[in-house]
Design a protein around this ligand. Structure first.
Ligand SMILES: Cc1ncc(COP(=O)(O)O)c(C=O)c1O
Length: 444
């Protein structure tokens, strides 16, 4: 094993030996190479005469560039847009995102978490997480309603066993009992289990209530107390878009930090969905755990392993994207803009709820509970979801996502408020076309 990796493992193992038990074989091998990057950093500090270390090109001591490129990047110097960013991301952005995590999650006050490591969107954060913490055939417990790409990221690429529990009880509450049962079943043989918590959930748009979040947290801590190593990985892609009064408005991550030595909490989040910059591809991985002595030493070692993983994969995320996001976060308009867009999405969610209250839809489908995020999902009672999807697309020019035999996902994030009644009328019309019933008279 590389001596730098050994050194990092030693720091982590001394801080918390259970973290080393949880880490994947690949994770144990990972390290951040000294090589070119550290020599470059040393030269940046000391090479006052000539610095010929980095794999970029300069001209008159400035970053070489085409005017035809820079004409489109107004206000951000080539050094902040065209140069490479560090593998772990721009330090200033990492600090800004960390500060924002404390602001958005008041329960974090007084706790220590790692600096977020920048990834190329949340997808890459999830796949980097898997590299570090998942061995082939490890079980990952997640709900039956999930983002489809988890299958590619975890199952196909890493050989993870995806183990599902029903997200909802008959009453439409979060199914804590099924969640606990599945975690227990999967931890029996190995003494390790990974729970993926994605709230607001894709595809249903559900987030737990305060009472449900408490129960989820209690289950995870109880398992750790019984000697099971628990990794709780929170995919918080849609964080902050919580509409219902009753919803738990922080990340489950923050309630697991420093709770038990056998609990590793990992937060995957990003500017992509939260700040509406999907194509800029900026996400983050943040760690929260318990450690003997100074937890920052353990966090730093975890950050270095994560950066090493990124170095060997995409090398680093777009510097331009990171600069744009940081500048936006530091802009005086930022908080107002966030609130404004939140209100637009919240109103759409409320309109969907209002429209769905109409009895005329009740024979055709049930809506899964939703209170957050970009989506909501309906469960069709009489027609096949894919057949209806194709019919709506071909006859009415309406595009929705079918999931399995019965579920249709509707991204109300992409609908103007005024379009919402018409959309559901068209879905009902489509159902009626397929079941041969008389057309329903429009209610709106
Ligand atoms: C639950 C969930 N996680 C992660 C992602 C990926 O986000 P990103 O665009 O940041 O890779 C998505 C995108 O659809 C998602 O729904």
């Amino acid at each position: 094993m590389n001596p730098i990796a050994q050194g990092l493992n030693q720091i982590i193992g001394v801080g918390n030996p259970h973290l080393m038990e949880m880490m994947s074989d690949l994770g144990k091998q990972l390290f951040f190479p000294k090589g070119i990057l550290s020599q470059g950093a040393e030269a940046k500090e000391k090479a006052f005469k000539m610095n010929a270390t980095i794999g970029i090109a300069t001209e008159r001591h400035r970053t070489m560039h085409f005017a035809s490129i820079m004409d489109h990047i107004e206000g951000i110097a080539p050094e902040e847009s065209l140069n490479y960013a560090p593998s772990s991301g721009m330090l200033s952005l990492r600090k800004a995102w960390q500060n924002a995590l404390f602001d958005k999650n008041p329960s974090l006050a007084g706790y220590k978490i790692s600096l977020p490591v920048v990834t190329c969107g949340v997808t890459h954060a999830a796949s980097t997480f898997a590299d570090l913490w998942i061995n082939p055939n490890d079980a990952m417990v997640l709900p039956d309603k999930m983002w489809g790409n988890y299958a590619m990221i975890f199952s196909i690429r890493k050989g993870t066993r995806l183990s599902h529990y029903p997200l909802f009880t008959e009453k439409g509450e979060f199914n804590v009992e099924a969640f606990e049962k599945q975690l227990r079943k999967e931890s029996e043989a190995s003494g390790k289990v990974t729970a993926l918590l994605n709230f607001p959930n894709n595809p249903t748009g559900y987030s737990p209530t305060v009472a449900e979040a408490d129960k989820i947290i209690r289950v995870l801590i109880k398992l750790a107390e019984e000697g099971i190593n628990v990794i709780a990985v929170c995919d918080d892609s849609y964080f902050g878009l919580f509409y219902g009064e009753e919803v738990f408005k922080e990340s489950i991550f923050v309630r697991l930090v420093n709770r038990h030595s056998r609990v590793l909490a990992v937060k995957l989040d990003g500017a992509t969905k939260e700040n509406f910059v999907w194509g800029l591809r900026v996400g983050f991985i943040t760690y929260g755990c318990q450690a003997q002595g100074d937890p920052l030493k353990v966090y730093e070692a975890l950050e270095k392993k994560t950066a090493g993983c990124i170095r060997g994969n995409i090398s680093n995320a777009s510097h331009l994207s990171q600069s744009v996001i940081l500048k936006s976060m530091n802009d005086e308009r930022y908080e107002r803009e966030k609130k404004e867009k939140f209100e637009i999405l919240k109103k759409r969610a409320e309109r969907v709820r209002e429209v769905l209250g109409n009895k005329r839809y009740h024979e055709a489908w049930d809506a899964y509970p939703f209170n957050s995020g970009y989506f909501m999902c309906i469960r069709l009672k009489s027609v096949d979801a894919e057949t209806l999807r194709l019919h709506l697309l071909n006859k009415y020019g309406v595009g929705l996502i079918s999931i399995g035999a019965k579920d249709l996902r509707i991204a109300f994030s992409c609908l103007e408020e005024a379009e919402i009644p018409e959309l559901f009328d068209l879905v009902l019309q489509g159902v009626n076309d397929l079941t041969g019933l008389l057309p329903a008279s429009p209610a709106f």
